[in-house]
Ligand binder design. Structure first.
Ligand code: ADP
Ligand code: ZN
Length: 617
């Protein structure tokens, strides 16, 4: 472990291990198999990279994410590590060279797609090579239960059978227990040391809104909190993706659409630009994201309800992988619930699967309607109970107000009943609010006892009530028909008034969340924004010259620390987090130049007066 710590510091430029990295590395160094579950951005790669550097032979990394291999290998080469990949993007000669390097023991890490690894040719090659370990990345792909299932993953147990003495490490960020059990089972990891980290992502701030004008709300959020940051906005349909991207452009933000209806080429280009340029917004369907490794995504916004908590956690998890503050923001409406229920109902899946899907949707709705800490509930869902309220979600920061909605709900339910359970939300609201409407008159519903009994609430407020009644399971939406409302068994207790129903009052206007300042992790000198910009500009030049994404050179957090600490020579530069020996040699001088060209700013007026007139205490 001495060696491992030394490598952490000198090659990677980090001072401490995170989470269970140290334990996982120690187990692998002893030759044990390992299963590591860590949240996205936790630092899974280090768990196999460091042992691969220490043990004899090459570390073989199985990964389904071909598009990412180039970046991963670039990043390792930047650290001075001998890494390569084998996948379908290489030509014959390129492949030969790498195979040769492997045989000669000239590689420290080799990334490879599972289908290639499983070929007899490749296995024969491995028979003749020195192997330090096998790392099975994105190990949840082995599970049929999850949505990233790859059938080749199920054959990976061959590694264990063919190379019983080579330790294996399986890694995933998927939290649910069932997937975990399947990984152990399918990959024969019964003897493995298991390291499960908390799935909390403390740097992510959660906000969930009931959307009235979701687009405008989104824009206010972006403008206030992320005027220059990179982010992802998820929408349900391709049409919405296209129109929202256009709209954001008219607002002056560079926004790119991404969905399965675009050609491969366009999609690749947009993804590439998102990774390589600063401050782009990608507007996407859920087709986007698998394997997006960009560390400095500052926000993930949902303009639709995700279909499960798992999906929500995974999608929001793409924000803030670098550990700096980030936002998960969502606005959803009644229509989302109806659409998602329709989608579940409309599939040809077995009843059993439909039931599970419904269940998952209900859990997601529960998270939305919550009046207590979102993070607590999220973690409890993944089996981590006992967390304290987090202080970093909308409900913690401004607890939602509730009101006794018992009578109102009774009115709503009896109106659904009296109109014959044949109509959708809008119509029932028309009757409740006593709207003078041709269709209402024709149906004779203007003579019902419930006609006009609900004019104390506006149409918008009624929608919120109905949304909650549906989410709470008092009313059902007939998704096969035209979205007509039906009463659920559960209504009885409510109609009898056996308890008081607390409903959530909608927040009027979005309060700005008390965003922690972006540079909080390093609390040193005053932060010099213009120096930070200059450092970023130099990074962009370097990344352009070398054809790698900027964050492969240095992360934002590293540049931010430089802008605060202002190292004056190489030795000081080496102390900055993320500056290892190799990068110090490559870039130390050039970034020092930028710093020297930027003398510290004169003290700001405010600071000056504080120094001259200290606060009395
Ligand atoms: P994931 O678990 O999502 O695969 P990565 O392995 O990509 O995460 O790591 C996320 C980021 O955190 C990377 O940029 C990595 O360099 C950084 N990182 C990993 N371990 C540490 C550490 N011990 N200290 C500081 N940064 C770390
Ligand atoms: Zn909270």
């Amino acid at each position: 472990m001495e060696r491992a710590r030394h490598i952490l510091k000198t090659i990677f430029g980090y001072s401490e291990f995170r989470y269970n990295q140290a334990a996982a590395i120690a187990a692998l160094l002893k030759g044990q198999d390992v299963l590591t579950l860590m949240p996205t951005g936790g630092g899974k790669s280090l768990c196999y990279q460091i042992p691969a550097l220490i043990r004899d032979g090459a570390g073989i990394v199985v990964s389904p994410l071909i598009a990412l291999m180039q970046d991963q290998v670039d990043a390792l080469n930047q650290l001075g590590i001998k890494a390569a990949f084998l996948n379908s993007t290489l030509d014959h000669r390129g492949r030969r060279e790498i195979e040769q390097a492997l045989l000669e023991g000239a590689l420290e890490l080799l990334y490879i797609a599972p289908e290639r690894l499983l070929t007899e040719r490749m296995l024969t090659l491995l028979d003749r090579s020195d192997i330090a370990l096998f790392a099975i990345d994105e190990a949840h792909c082995v599970s049929q239960w999850g949505h990233d299932f790859r059938k080749e993953y199920q054959q990976l147990s061959v590694l264990h059978e063919r190379y019983p003495r080579v330790p294996r490490v399986a890694l995933t960020a998927t939290a649910d227990q069932r997937t975990r059990a399947e990984i152990v089972d399918q990959l024969q990891l019964q003897q493995a040391a298991v390291f499960i980290n908390s799935f909390d992502r403390p740097n992510i701030h959660y906000t969930i809104h009931e959307g009235q004008q979701p687009r405008e709300q989104l824009w206010r959020f972006i403008q206030r909190q992320h005027p220059e940051d990179a982010g992802i906005v998820y929408c349900l349909s391709r049409k919405k993706v296209d129109s929202l991207a256009e709209w954001l452009k008219t607002k002056g933000r560079e926004a790119l659409p991404y969905h399965a209806g675009l050609s491969d080429q366009v999609r690749r280009r947009h993804q590439e630009r998102f990774l390589r340029e600063d401050g782009l917004i990608i507007v996407a369907t859920i087709a986007f994201g698998m394997g997006i490794d960009k560390p400095d995504v500052r926000f993930v916004a949902h303009l639709n309800l995700p279909k499960s908590i798992e999906a929500y956690y995974q999608e929001t998890g793409r924000a803030g992988r670098d550990g700096a503050p980030a936002n998960a923001w969502m606005a959803y409406g009644l229509q989302d619930i109806i659409t998602l229920r329709q989608m579940v109902q409309g599939t040809d899946a077995e009843e059993r699967f439909k039931r599970i899907a419904h269940h998952k949707l209900e859990a997601m709705l529960g998270l939305c309607d919550l009046t207590t800490c979102r993070r607590q509930t999220l973690l409890a869902y993944f089996g981590e109970s006992g967390a304290e309220p987090c202080g970093n979600c909308d409900n913690c920061n401004s607890p939602p107000r509730t009101w006794d909605g018992t009578q109102t709900a009774q009115k709503a339910i009896s109106c659904v009943y009296r109109t014959g359970q044949r109509f959708g939300v809008n119509y029932v609201i028309d009757v409740l609010t006593g709207k003078d409407d041709e269709r209402v008159r024709r149906n004779g519903h203007d003579r019902l006892s419930t006609y006009g009994i609900g004019d104390e609430l506006t149409g918008v407020e009624w929608r919120s009530v109905f949304r909650q009644l549906i989410a709470l399971g008092y009313l059902n939406v007939d998704v096969e028909g035209h979205g007509s409302l039906r009463l659920n068994e559960k209504c009885r207790t409510l109609l009898r008034g056996e308890f008081a129903l607390q409903l959530r009052r909608q927040r009027k206007l979005e309060k700005p969340t008390p965003q922690k300042t972006r540079d909080e992790p390093v609390a040193l000198g005053p932060f010099d924004e213009s120096l930070f910009d200059a450092l970023r500009a130099r990074r962009l030049e370097l990344s352009g010259e070398q054809g790698v994404p900027p964050y492969v050179i240095f992360h934002d957090s590293t540049l931010r620390e430089m802008a605060r600490v202002r190292p004056e020579h190489l030795r000081q530069m080496h102390r900055i987090t993320g500056v290892g020996e190799h990068k110090l040699a490559l870039y130390g001088e050039t970034f020092l130049e930028v710093i020297r060209a930027h003398p510290p700013p004169a003290l700001l007026d405010r600071e000056l007066t504080e120094i001259v007139n200290p606060e009395p205490y």
